[in-house]
Design a protein around this ligand. Structure first.
Ligand code: COA
Length: 495
């Protein structure tokens, strides 16, 4: 206990979860740590216990991005969430958002902390944060994520800390820097991926700490399946393309890489392992996954920067066993820094993000199935796609056993426009849109990226649009969503 709470006066704040949870009442704006990892586990459970005992209340829940079942899952299941921001990926919560039971608003992750500081999200009543330690000056050492925690801790009227049993040797991996808000913001002084510009702890006013809990609950670990042939194919397309661009002197070697969440992202990073061309890699990303550890072990990583680490059970054990070694390479930052448009643009990040669907002109839907149903949220994909030096959007060419084409005439929801997307990739092939006109993009995307089952349908649509309407980006407005309508009516986009 003394090692974990080194600021003595706070040792008196140790209590039990239900008592601590009394600071959270109906209508409380609750700001939690967590960014796929590092979320609190005890307070949500205590809230559910109170609800099960008959107490009626709802909270407004704000996190860094997705949390585990221990937060989003259990609180949604118990019907305790009125509002949720930002990105989430829990199935129960998703259902309630789509049924408008939970209010939800999506935001670019890089912007959130500034919005909270500006008061756009309302008063920060209570912050519940997971930490491995409180320093002797009363500051906070977070766990496996930083996310928006520095701002939540700065803004909250009351702070509840869950001290995790994770190794306190995590101390030193974080780099906490909160930029000034406009108009006083100075440049963020990151010039290389691994630069450290802040402090290894989150500054906190210990007088606002109302409760401290000890927790031995762990983050739930994702299960990474071996990349399927499609994901491997997409990874191979990307690695070949970038190698080609570097050899032709059109791209500097050693630009940092960002890779979104999921299996394709992991497959791209795994692809580096078997490829001798790529070494001394910089990873300037948002969530660091297993493959980053593998690459560090192979001596292929110069520096890896993110806002959190989401590791499988096996990778976690390895990570904690040799933390001292990984700490030399890894930096965890607030998400407003890991996703900062200014830094991404300056470093020249090569960005790879996943779409739900892409249209023939390169507009991208990452968030809403058939235009209406929220999947997860935009996350950091907009931060990286809009600002990267070279941007890839990847998607398997079909979904749901081939009944859905991921290449459609017009996307049913727009997250990223053609102007943010340089290269479209499916397992079928890759199109570099940069030197092409929109009509050339459509022709290439249909021929190269669409699944053969849908090429004729797309080609027919495009040709009739060209001949009957013409224009710079020809469309048939009365047919543009026929693929989606057919899927909704028959369960398949096929004619
Ligand atoms: N129409 C309908 N459903 C589709 C679809 C489409 N065009 N494309 C995919 N889906 C479904 C899949 O069938 C799957 O459904 P299931 O969960 O019922 O099996 C689900 O969407 C997820 O697809 P999957 O192929 O498993 O991909 P994924 O796990 O890589 O997720 C996104 C893809 C787009 C949902 C995910 O990458 C995302 O949320 N992106 C936005 C945020 C982001 O990019 N963050 C990273 C920035 S650092």
């Amino acid at each position: 206990m003394k090692d974990r709470i080194r600021f003595r006066p706070l040792q008196e704040k140790i209590t039990d979860p239900v008592t601590a949870s009394q600071h959270i009442q109906n209508g409380t704006n609750l700001f939690v740590s967590g960014f796929t990892a590092g979320y609190p586990k005890l307070i949500p459970r205590a809230l559910v216990q109170r609800a099960a005992a008959g107490e009626k209340f709802k909270i407004n829940l704000f996190a860094g991005a997705s949390t585990g079942d221990a937060v989003d899952g259990v609180l949604a299941e118990a019907g305790l969430v009125a509002w949720r921001r930002p990105y989430m990926s829990d199935r129960t919560m998703r259902r309630q958002i789509n049924a408008d039971i939970i209010k939800f608003k999506d935001d670019h992750l890089s912007r959130l902390a500034g919005q909270v500081r500006a008061g756009d999200w309302g008063k920060a009543d209570v912050a519940v944060v997971e930490a491995v330690a409180v320093t002797d000056k009363g500051h906070l050492v977070p766990t496996m994520s930083v996310g928006n925690t520095p701002t939540y801790v700065r803004e909250a009227a009351k702070i509840i800390i869950e001290i995790s049993s994770e190794p306190s040797e995590l101390e030193g991996i974080h780099d906490i820097f909160i930029p000034e808000d406009p108009p006083y913001r100075m440049p963020i002084p990151i010039y290389r991926t691994g630069d450290r510009i802040g402090k290894p702890f989150i500054e906190m006013d210990p007088r606002r700490v109302v409760a401290i809990l000890f927790s031995d609950a762990e983050d739930s670990c994702p299960i990474f399946t071996e990349p399927d042939p499609g994901a491997r194919q997409m990874a191979a397309h990307i690695l070949d393309f970038v190698r080609h661009e570097i050899r032709k002197d059109r791209l500097p070697p050693n630009l940092p890489w960002q890779s979104g969440v999921g299996d394709v992202a992991n497959a791209v990073l795994s692809g580096f392992m078997e490829d001798d061309f790529y070494r001394d890699l910089d990873v300037y990303s948002e969530v660091l996954q297993d493959a980053v550890l593998d690459l560090i072990d192979l001596g292929k990583v110069r520096a890896a920067s993110g806002s959190s680490m989401t590791l499988s059970e096996r990778a976690r054990t390895r990570f904690f066993k040799e933390l001292y070694r990984y700490k030399e390479k890894i930096v965890l930052r607030p998400v407003e820094i890991s996703n900062s448009p200014e830094v991404i643009r300056r470093l020249g990040v090569i960005a790879i993000n996943t779409a739900i669907e892409v249209d023939i002109y390169g507009h991208v839907n990452s968030t809403h199935v058939t235009g209406s149903q929220l999947m997860n949220g935009i996350g950091g994909s907009g931060d990286f796609l809009r600002n990267g030096a070279l941007t890839f959007i990847v998607t398997p060419s079909t979904a749901k056993n081939g009944c859905i084409s991921a290449i459609v005439p017009m996307v049913s929801h727009v997250d990223h426009s053609e102007h943010s997307v340089d290269v479209v990739v499916t397992e079928q092939g890759l199109v570099d849109t940069r030197p092409l006109t929109p009509r050339q993009v459509a022709e290439q995307v249909i021929k190269t990226c669409a699944h053969p089952d849908y090429r004729d349908l797309l080609w027919d649509y495009y040709q009739r649009a060209v001949h009957s309407h013409g224009g710079h980006e020809p469309h048939l407005l009365d047919e543009a969503f026929d693929f989606h309508n057919r899927y909704l009516a028959t369960g398949s986009m096929k004619a």
